[in-house]
Write a protein that binds this ligand. Sequence first.
Ligand SMILES: [Zn+2]
Length: 432
Amino acid sequence: MRIVNVKIPTLSQQLYYDVTIEHGKITEMHSYEKKKVGDRSFSFLLSDHEQDDLVTWDADGRILLPGMVDAHMHLDKSHSLVVAKNQSGTLLEAIQSYTKASETFTDENVLDRMRKTALAALAHGTTTIRTHIDFNTRVNEETTFRGVRMALQLKKELAPIMEIQVFPMLPYYPYDDCDRKKIEEMLTFGVDGVGGAPHLSELPIECIDEIFSYAKKYNLPIDLHTDESDDPTVDTVLYIAEKTIEASYQGKVVVDHLCSLAAMDEEKVNTVIAIMKEAELGAITLPAANLYLQGREDRGVVRRGITRVKELLEANVPIAIASDNVCDPFHPFGRGDLLQIAQLTGYTAHMGGKADLYSLLKMITEVPAQLVGKEPKAFVVGAEVEFVLFDAKTIESLLAELTQTRAVYRRGRWVAMTKKTSEVSLHPTIIM
Ligand SMILES: [Zn+2]
């Protein structure tokens, strides 16, 4: 298959590209300044792509991005809002409500909700998901293991069309022998890494030590919910960084949320960012859930709980954007569209200039690819390629309109194609 006249903003801001793909790999790629002539105008209808090998598609300057990487989701919780309410809107009630509801779930119910969210993300152009999965050892035994079992089943089922990484969240209460036995058993199932939320623990240092010891024993990367609090004295990130260096785990630890970093004074922020750099921690901002959950106690000026995105970018700490929760008690909205979350990051981190827009696009593609252990540069001759083509010709319109018309390609074939046929007309007829 050959596509000409695509724009790849993660590579160049001005050039057009001509990309030839055989058996899922790029065999030729050229850049040029003026559009050239293609065979057929690119179609967003799957039925038109049967003869792909023979056609040179003309993308007419549309935008191509590497398959998006949503590095922090909760597939097990998604679409559980109907059974797990959250009246106060706080993190605490969300956790309590979800834990109670989880004991009523069935394998089928969990798998169906996870599949629905994963496929919605794929249709929007996300080809890799890292999902955190609850692992609560103090509910009935079936519930304890259900999320991880179902996530691994889904990972296998969807492997032909997308990549799913499963990160169980180790509990944040102090473990007894019974908890440890269940954790050890679960870690033999073939999970991709270890997660947790040590800032919620009464003994966060001990909790972090436990997480690192399991990760090292099973040689797994670590991805932690970190300091999801408005309180500037909550700073477990400092010990996570220290521990990362001590364990020689640099480049294998990601810290997510970092809400308290926004509330700290500048001096402390500089200290935290410096040690994050030294420990080579990756960072993830999750604006949708944090705008919803944080600042619940505030009156008047309400804190937003969004981490220091610009400061982390300036310090060259790799920071990605991710969705977090979708339609559950932690965050009641969302559709699994990472581009929408990038737009939200534009609002929350005050990033709207041209250079900012390019940064936002890298934060949903190359940066999270690096954080989840994938090759960050997607468009290289000889490389297996996965991408999403958008029906948008400028990055400004892409991020303003969030077009739903998208085509997603992976491992040598189109895996999702959406053509929105009922777009609200941008040129309405005005009747005077
Ligand atoms: Zn989360």
